[in-house]
Ligand binder design. Structure first.
Ligand SMILES: Nc1ncnc2c1ncn2[C@@H]1O[C@H](COP(=O)(O)OP(=O)(O)O)[C@@H](O)[C@H]1O
Ligand SMILES: Nc1ncnc2c1ncn2[C@H]1C[C@H](O)[C@@H](COP(=O)(O)O)O1
Length: 230
């Protein structure tokens, strides 16, 4: 029996991993996809044509970058749908609007008109009954010091040159955002409770939780679906 079957995780599940920059989303995405034999959907940071410029001048590039991310994530969503699930996704589409766009608008680095245009587009594309939401959003949390240490260790120059206050603001926003998030079921994981880099086996308790959450959520959904003809 493979790990997916062992933990009762349906073959068509869509799992998205959320959390602040550097917390460990890509690392978890890679491990989960490997043990579940799922496909991955990654943010392609190196190929992003706006990200470097954005970090140098938020005001000039924030709208362009958000439109770019929205298009990229929507294309990924379409791909996931076309394959019929079986994916682990690095970062959810909900964080683009709920964290990034909102933060830049609030801080004055995205104009009110740009923000309104962006959120109108986002709502029309995403917050509709036609948009398939993931089975589960895994939210990664940890101490701010650990997150900063991981950003430092990873060493992307554009992130190193960004003031710590930016990451602190984002970190605090994530905590509020997740408390109010309800687009799909949420599993919270503390990064202090597992170590995928040094202990392969620490993925097992995570798989067990994922199986449990997805089964519960699917049971709930099937008992609340409208019955044909009523
Ligand atoms: N358990 C861990 N202990 C220490 N460092 C870790 C651990 N998991 C991931 N990292 C490191 O933290 C950095 C950020 O992780 P990453 O998965 O790229 O985060 P994200 O995708 O959330 O930005 C990477 O350098 C990664 O190797
Ligand atoms: N929607 C976004 N707006 C601004 N910046 C974003 C957005 N989504 C991702 N980013 C940035 C943050 C990081 O520098 C890279 C990749 O994120 P990571 O959390 O390391 O996967 O892109």
């Amino acid at each position: 029996m493979n790990a997916r079957e062992k933990y009762g995780i349906p073959h068509d599940s869509v799992i998205t991993v959320a959390g602040t920059v550097g917390v460990g989303k890509s690392t978890l995405t890679t491990s989960l996809a490997q043990v579940l034999n799922f496909r991955t959907s990654f943010e392609k940071v190196e190929k992003n044509p706006y990200l470097n410029s954005f970090y140098k001048d938020f005001e000039r590039w924030s709208f362009h970058l958000q439109i770019y991310f929205l298009a990229e994530r929507f294309k990924e969503q379409k791909k996931i749908f076309e394959y019929g699930g079986g994916f682990v996704q690095d970062r959810s589409i909900y964080e683009d609007t709920g964290i990034f766009a909102r933060m830049h608008y609030d801080q004055g680095t995205m104009s009110p008109t740009d923000y309104e245009t962006y959120t109108n587009l986002f709502d029309a594309m995403v917050m509709t009954p036609y948009f398939p939401h993931p089975d589960l959003l895994i939210y990664l949390e940890g101490s701010f010091d650990d997150v900063i240490e991981r950003i430092r260790e990873r060493g992307r120059p554009m992130e190193q040159e960004t003031p710590t206050a930016y990451w602190e603001e984002m970190y605090n926003r994530y905590e509020d955002w997740i408390d109010n998030f309800n687009a799909c079921p949420v599993l919270r994981l503390n990064i202090a409770d597992y170590d995928l880099l040094n202990d392969e086996k620490s993925v097992e308790p995570i798989l067990e939780k994922i199986g449990h959450f997805i089964q519960q959520a699917r049971k709930w959904r099937s008992s609340h679906l409208p019955v044909d003809g009523l």
